[in-house]
Design a protein around this ligand. Structure first.
Ligand code: SAM
Length: 286
């Protein structure tokens, strides 16, 4: 019988057929373990008939798992050889399932052929955070997701204020909803074996922070303030935010005080709501 998911032999054969040497630049590490694939699909809670967005389907390991669970998959792949092969692999291994391949850079997609509600992906590691933020901004139909990322990045995305790893990605991701880590994945399930560990991270989209909720214009202002605050992570906010809040430590202090934030605090202590209050105070002073 034809297997329904890709194991080590199928991954090797496909790579040979396509003459692909996985590149580091595109984060090409392919999963060759069916149990891992089924675990990701289960953790994601994929429903039969729902439209799932996958970024970077590669040789199709996770794609086949999603199709097996009855999802309709839209897969965005930047590598044209992989994008071109995927429909053939799916036709052979899981005929009659629904897959649409989009050959594009995930950092540039704005329109998709459908309205995916869930994101399930083993993300290319060097661009995982920008890809997530881009999709949350440009694909409003996405309400939840499970992604596999480098362990450090996963812990950062799910970090709370005050934690050592809390940073700009934590605050920006937090703008869009709630994040949690959802289990480790051994590096041995990949070919080639990467030199980093991986975790699964889940998110549920929520309302924007604030009452009334922050607008798109405010989100842009908040992200600029967050970048400044964490660029000089060890400085007090009145110093790190001087540039974006009026030009001097004194003007920054006044804005911070108006926002109810201690000018001597550091970015790593602030919630996304705090950052929004700072942006609102800055806008009302301007
Ligand atoms: N999903 C497959 C798996 O689990 O075996 C492959 C995952 S591999 C970690 C990442 C995939 O993302 C590769 O297929 C790579 O070509 C693709 N990729 C890299 N950068 C991309 C980008 N900017 N947009 C879309 N796909 C990208």
């Amino acid at each position: 019988v034809t297997p329904r998911l890709l194991g080590p032999a199928e991954i090797r054969d496909l790579a040979e057929l396509l003459d692909v040497t996985p590149t580091k630049k595109l984060g090409q590490n392919f999963v060759h373990d069916a149990n891992t694939v089924r675990r990701i699909v289960q953790t994601a809670g994929v429903q039969r008939g729902e439209t799932v967005l996958e970024i970077g389907p590669g040789l199709g390991s996770l794609t086949l798992g999603l199709l097996e669970a009855g999802a309709e998959v839209i897969a965005v792949e930047i590598d044209s050889r992989l994008a071109a092969q995927l429909p053939h692999t799916v036709r052979l291994m899981q005929p009659g399932t629904s897959l649409t391949v989009v050959r594009e850079d995930a950092l540039r997609v704005t329109e998709l052929p459908g309205e995916p509600t869930r994101l399930v992906a083993n993300l290319p590691y060097n661009v995982s955070v920008p890809v997530l933020l881009h999709l949350l901004e440009h694909v409003p139909s996405l309400t939840s997701g499970i992604v596999m990322v480098q362990a450090e990045v996963g812990h950062r995305l799910a970090a709370e204020p005050g934690s050592k790893v809390y940073g700009a990605p934590s605050v920006k991701a937090g703008w869009y909803g709630d994040w949690r880590t959802a289990g480790q994945v051994s590096r041995m399930v990949f070919w080639p074996v990467p030199n980093v560990d991986s975790v699964l991270v889940g998110f549920e989209r929520g309302d924007a922070p604030g009452d009334p909720p922050g607008t798109e214009e405010e989100r842009i202002a908040v992200f600029a303030i967050v970048d400044a605050a964490f660029q000089q992570r060890r400085k007090m906010l009145r110093q790190s935010l001087a540039g974006v809040l009026g030009g001097s430590a004194a003007t920054a202090s006044a804005v911070l005080q108006a926002a109810g934030v201690d000018p001597q605090a550091r970015g790593e202590q602030l919630t996304v709501e705090d950052f929004l209050r700072i942006a609102r105070a800055a806008a009302s002073v301007a």
